[in-house]
Design a protein around this ligand. Structure first.
Ligand code: HEC
Length: 118
């Protein structure tokens, strides 16, 4: 945790005071392709090939739409990735990644997701 704060502080200093996410979006993109794209779609539009056979009660949203993603706080995104859909009252088809990805990797996912909305 201290290392994370330190890294964030260093990034802030490097960015000339501009706020930057702590996660590494490039690392997040790699994890996304391996573990998330089958449901969330190659481009994060929420249209992955596995969804059709899983029949989720509600489909993932399109991560490229800024209007939609503005409604998701960083905490909500981190929570659903960590605990899964069921724990936060969403579709149980969204698996929990808390035991599979480290906190830092989940921050990388958040950083990656935040680069998509235009
Ligand atoms: C087996 C299919 C599946 C996989 C794999 C999957 N998801 Fe999801 N995910 C879903 C579904 C379905 C929802 C929609 C839940 C709802 O809104 O009811 C969802 C919702 C989400 C949301 C909330 C915003 C949204 O799109 O609705 C985030 C953030 C998310 N997933 C991140 C991830 C990440 C990061 C990974 C990979 C580490 C991942 N998911 C892997 C099926 C999946």
């Amino acid at each position: 945790m201290i290392a994370l704060v330190l890294a964030a502080t260093l990034m802030l200093a490097a960015g000339g005071g501009q706020a930057q996410a702590a996660g590494d979006a490039a690392a997040g993109a790699k994890i996304f392709a391996e573990r998330c794209a089958r449901c969330h779609g190659k481009e994060g539009k929420g249209n992955g090939p596995d969804l059709a056979k899983l029949h989720p009660t509600s489909s993932p949203v399109d991560w490229t739409r800024a209007v939609v993603m503005k409604q998701w706080s960083d905490k909500e995104i981190v929570d659903i990735i960590t605990k899964g859909g069921k724990a936060v009252g969403s579709s149980p088809v969204m698996p929990p990644f808390g035991g599979k990805l480290s906190d830092a990797q989940i921050q990388d996912m958040l950083a990656f997701i935040r680069t998509l909305a235009k």
